[in-house]
Design a protein around this ligand. Structure first.
Ligand SMILES: C[S@@+](CC[C@H](N)C(=O)[O-])C[C@H]1O[C@@H](n2cnc3c(N)ncnc32)[C@H](O)[C@@H]1O
Length: 342
């Protein structure tokens, strides 16, 4: 099935909106947002930027070979769990969502793992409304939409919407996607499957109207003030018995343990752990994964994370200690020097 002419037209509008927007971004994304550029045509999307989060569309099945890292990551997801998926197919050399086939990426396997983990922890996980902050390619939104059928809000930068719109329009050719620049108020949110909001539009979301909110690999790249704003938003918009999932690197722009966890009033902890999937290959990818739930009891609160290093392996601790002290670069230079002197 071809991408619909309506979606093609909307994507063009989005691209020109993304080029002209003056939305305030954090330090990291002021530069990073310039590196994405995606074209959409009736047969699919095409990356033209220097960075790309989108999985490659599978053209010829028999020509694909997945690399060792991906085979290893995939092997960490057990077959019986994968068999429980309804609309996402995990095949030998490709994955399929809603009948569309793609080559494997680490991001896809990470997102799928997160979805399966949350679903295994929460009894009858079936949120009607989901809000993802910093959705990137839209892969997680596509997994959630196809498996759960929920209405999905995505809060992201317009530059990134050019990727996620292209991906979602390709995977769901019949879907209704509301663009951020078409939104004046919340009156027509019910009519859409996906609603794209820019960071300055989160005030349009009604109090306690979101059943599940998530943030993967993006608070880490935001300034603390942005993370703080989103915690306030989650506190306000999550419904009672709603869940918030957060998976981010121990540190990048803002440290996981410094997020304002104690500002989430009435929340209880479901799990907080060092992610098992990310730092398999490099210690600099040490991730924390936390699932919390908003309870009826307003006197509950989340503890601050006191010693984040205690969650890490010895190798990771050594790495992060040097990095935190700003000595990693020095160590690398010394190693080069020593190798030249030999
Ligand atoms: C590294 S990507 C992660 C994407 C995706 N969650 C994943 O795991 O692949 C970071 C995301 O955060 C988004 N982002 C950056 N600043 C943001 C902000 N202030 N509000 C919302 N999203 C933001 C970026 O546009 C991008 O989609």
């Amino acid at each position: 099935m071809e991408v619909s002419p309506y979606h093609l037209e909307q994507h063009k509008k989005l691209v020109s909106f993304a080029k002209d927007n003056n939305i305030v971004k954090g330090r990291y994304w002021t530069e990073a947002s310039k590196t994405f550029d995606v074209e959409l045509n009736k047969d699919g999307y095409l990356n033209k930027g220097s960075r790309n989060y989108l999985p490659e569309i599978l053209k010829k099945e028999d020509s694909t070979v997945i690399n060792e890292d991906l085979v290893h990551l995939k092997s960490l997801l057990s077959d019986s769990i994968l068999d429980s998926l309804e609309k996402v197919n995990v095949e030998k050399n490709f994955f399929e969502i809603n009948g569309r086939r793609f080559l494997y990426t680490k991001t896809f396997l990470h997102q799928l793992y997160y979805f399966l983990k949350i679903r295994s922890e929460v009894e009858s996980f079936s949120p009607d409304t989901i809000l993802e902050i910093g959705g990137g390619s839209g892969l997680m939104a596509a997994i959630l939409k196809s498996e759960l059928g929920s209405k999905i809000f995505i809060v992201d930068l317009p530059e990134m919407f050019t990727s996620s719109y292209a991906f979602l329009a390709y995977v769901f050719p019949d879907s209704k996607i509301l663009l951020s620049q078409e939104i004046a108020d919340s009156s027509n949110f019910d009519d859409f499957d996906f609603i794209f909001l820019t960071p300055d539009q989160v005030n349009l979301i009604k109090d306690e109207s979101i059943n599940f909110s998530l943030n993967v690999a993006s608070f880490q790249e935001m300034d603390f003030s942005e993370v703080q704003k989103y915690f306030g938003f989650i506190n306000r918009c999550l419904s009672k018995k709603g869940y918030f999932f957060c998976a981010n690197r121990i540190n990048k722009e803002t440290r996981f343990s410094k997020y304002p966890w104690d500002s989430l009033v009435g929340f209880s902890n479901i799990f907080l752990e060092k992610g098992s999937l990310r730092s398999v290959f490099q210690p600099d990818d040490s991730f924390f994964e936390r699932l919390v739930c908003k309870s009826e009891d307003r006197t509950m609160y989340l503890d601050k994370i006191k010693n984040d290093m205690s969650y890490l392996s010895k190798k990771e601790r050594q790495y992060w200690l040097l990095k935190d002290l700003g000595l990693l670069r020095l160590k690398e230079l010394l190693l080069v020097l020593v190798s030249k002197l030999k």
